[in-house]
Design a protein around this ligand. Structure first.
Ligand code: CA
Length: 408
């Protein structure tokens, strides 16, 4: 045993008892067995084993092989389980039970924490959409006429959402620059990232019953960082008129840790002022609770920070996105994941994609492994984030990282 208890964390530890994100892990001695864990400092607490050892009524919710039972249990259970977990890691009387059930993070393998049902991705940063519009439609208005009336989105591929740490194989596909006489096929030469936040649906909804803005937190359990890997050359040739397809669907990385919304109470903030009137189902001006989240994202390529996108600058909120995605009667399923869209702020160093950071390859970034416009094989992209927490302590979001490997 180490001399100091893993529960004796520094007061400003971003993964202290005020945070308690959930993840699913396995250990080297039993690699096939998946267990639900809660992160405490740099350890993983075996949540199911702890519940069982303490005779908790939540043993069934926490003792399975994933997060899904808790996701479906609903908001009251989310709150009650979180209270119990907080007590388990803070009340001295539990320490002798809990300490042996803590495993150092470097000793576990993290898994995808839930079965992704549907995956949807939005386009909610005005700065990102404006930058992309300027690059791709230089002769027109940067924002399309619908942009400020509805949160634009598309359906992605749930089956290729992967957990942080999974290698990303450079995709093949068709590309054709406007000046090329014909399309060619081969590995993408414009592989990019998109720094995003993914929202995880817990409680399903019935088909035909839209989810209003005020019900957002009855359905959405938590969030995690998300990297929407994007092959810009494939995307720009294929996306008209139905939107992104193979330029996106080869891989989407999510953090191994899902931060419950309850841990982010102190990070809530008002969204930016909108200059366009919204239809009633999207109008959040009368909502009691602010819909934004103040998440400070950092994007590093090969260990060097290249961008610091501010999530608080997003024009559309996650509640508006949920209301929009169900307003036609489409239902929600447990495990639905929706991406915020690339997070880009107003400043050049706040842009959440290489497309914007290099202005479509015009301005190379200087990096430790050499200058980059788009990603080279072997490059590693890591996104981290934190949010304001109680008493000035930060709430850390689990990182999402991935390394590009050569096309198969
Ligand atoms: Ca995206």
């Amino acid at each position: 045993m180490s001399e100091q208890s893993p529960l004796e964390l520094a007061g400003d530890d971003p993964f202290g008892p005020h945070n308690l994100p959930y993840g699913v892990f396995s250990t080297a001695d039993d690699p096939e067995r998946r267990r639900l864990g809660v992160r405490v400092g740099n350890h993983v607490l075996d949540a199911g084993a702890t519940a069982a050892a303490l005779g908790s009524p939540y043993t069934a919710l926490l003792g399975g092989d994933g997060l899904t039972p808790l996701l479906t249990a609903g908001r009251t259970a989310w709150r009650d389980v979180r209270r119990a977990l907080t007590a388990w890691v803070t009340v001295p009387a539990h320490r002798s039970t809990v300490e042996p059930l803590l495993i150092p993070v470097p000793e576990v393998t993290m898994r995808l924490p839930y079965d992704v049902a549907d995956y949807v991705d939005f386009y909610a940063s005005e700065h990102h959409a404006t930058n992309v519009g300027r690059m791709f439609r230089p002769d027109g208005e940067p924002l399309t006429p619908n942009w400020k009336h509805l949160p634009i989105g598309y359906h992605g591929r749930a089956g290729t959402v992967v957990v942080s740490g999974t290698e990303v194989v450079r995709p093949h596909g068709q590309r054709k620059a406007p000046t090329d006489p014909a399309p060619v096929f081969g590995p993408s030469v414009k592989l990019d990232i998109e720094a995003e936040v993914g929202f995880v649906v817990g409680v399903p909804s019935a088909q035909g019953r839209p989810v209003p803005l005020a019900a957002f937190r009855d359905h959405v359990f938590g969030l995690s960082l998300l990297n929407d890997w994007s092959a810009r050359d494939l995307q720009s040739w294929e996306y008209v008129p139905l939107g992104p397809f193979l330029g996106k669907s080869f891989a989407t990385s999510v953090s191994a840790w899902v931060t419950p919304l309850e841990a982010l109470e102190d990070a809530r903030c008002a969204p930016p002022v909108r200059d366009t009137a919204l239809l009633p189902y999207l109008d959040d001006s009368g909502e009691e609770e602010p819909g934004g989240y103040d998440l400070r994202i950092s994007v590093a390529v090969n260990g060097q920070v290249v961008a610091e996108p501010p999530f608080a600058s997003m024009y559309w909120t996650a509640a508006q996105q949920l209301a929009h995605m169900t307003v036609n009667g489409a239902s929600l399923r447990t495990g639905d994941l929706y991406g915020s869209g690339t997070v880009s702020g107003p400043e050049p160093h706040q842009r959440g994609s290489l497309l914007e950071l290099t202005w479509n390859g015009r301005d190379a970034l200087e990096l430790p492994k050499g200058n980059r416009t788009f990603l080279e094989d072997g490059d590693e992209v890591t996104m981290t984030a934190w949010a304001p927490g109680p008493d000035g302590v930060r709430v850390g979001l689990g990182e999402v990282t991935g390394r590009v490997v050569p096309a198969a």
